[in-house]
Write a protein that binds this ligand. Structure first.
Ligand SMILES: C[S@@+](CC[C@H](N)C(=O)[O-])C[C@H]1O[C@@H](n2cnc3c(N)ncnc32)[C@H](O)[C@@H]1O
Length: 239
């Protein structure tokens, strides 16, 4: 199994990533960019013509996949706090609307573009290490902007999956989107990661449905801190 790719452009990508990690370890929250396989899994719900937001694109491994999937008729807004990453993405893909800002400002960024909603939000943010207040603001913004029937997809590293901030993020997202995530373990990544997707649906029950999800996420054991869809067993192994 080839875990680390070795072409010179990929080494440069790793070096850029390491530089950002050394400048701001808490923001980057990873030792290397995602593998191509993980990027494909994270991007797989995006369809041609979609309006897509990517939070935390880093060096652009997932961005590359999103561009292919959304096609020429789709739109991609990428948001990262690291100026080096933003400049790199702007240089590589001038067609991407890439802004240097915190994901906390997502509702404002959408309003500036006249967007009431988006089809898909794809996220590389390290919720296991982000401050709780930041996570709460980001989850609120996703709830405001994601259309019903849309998806929110992110990944968490297997070794951080059970950390309280990571589990708290999952509980909040499930409660806000009134649904539980599907999950998939991707082993061919350094480190192995679990891809999580929330498929937002219209909730006729409103608050009572949210209560039901809160109950489900707070009770019982399981890798997602108790989500029912994830309780059936550990995520399926891929790669
Ligand atoms: C784990 S890296 C993921 C990079 C890339 N998506 C990948 O899979 O290789 C996390 C990224 O999130 C960015 N980030 C961290 N906090 C952020 C925030 N509040 N708003 C936007 N981006 C943030 C970091 O600068 C970094 O690019």
């Amino acid at each position: 199994m080839k875990l680390i790719r070795t072409s010179s452009s990929e080494w440069r990508e790793h070096l850029v990533f390491l530089g950002a990690l050394m400048r701001n370890p808490r923001n980057v929250g990873a030792i290397a960019p995602s593998s191509a396989l993980l990027a494909r899994h994270v991007a797989r719900h995006v369809t041609p013509g979609s309006r897509v937001v990517e939070l935390g694109p880093g060096t652009g491994v997932v961005t590359r996949e999103l561009l292919v999937r959304k096609g020429e008729s789709g739109t991609l807004l990428a948001v990262d706090t690291d100026r080096t990453f933003v400049d790199r993405i702007r240089r590589a893909w001038p067609e991407v609307d890439c802004v240097c800002a915190s994901a906390e400002t997502l509702p404002l960024l959408a309003a500036e573009r006249g967007w009431a909603e988006v089809d898909h939000i794809v996220c590389g943010l390290p919720f296991a290490v982000l401050p709780a207040a930041t996570t709460t603001l980001i989850v609120d913004g996703v709830e405001k902007l994601l259309r019903s029937g849309g998806t929110f997809t992110t990944f968490q590293y297997a070794h951080t999956f059970r950390l309280p901030p990571a589990a708290s993020f999952r509980r909040q997202m499930s409660a806000h989107l009134c649904c539980l995530p599907t999950s998939q373990l991707v082993v061919r990544n350094v480190p192995p990661a679990i891809v999580l997707t929330w498929h937002r649906r219209v909730s006729p029950g409103g608050a009572s449905n949210r209560d039901q999800v809160l109950w489900a996420t707070n009770s019982g054991p399981g890798p997602a801190g108790g989500t029912r869809r994830m309780h059936a067993g550990l995520p399926r192994v891929r790669g």
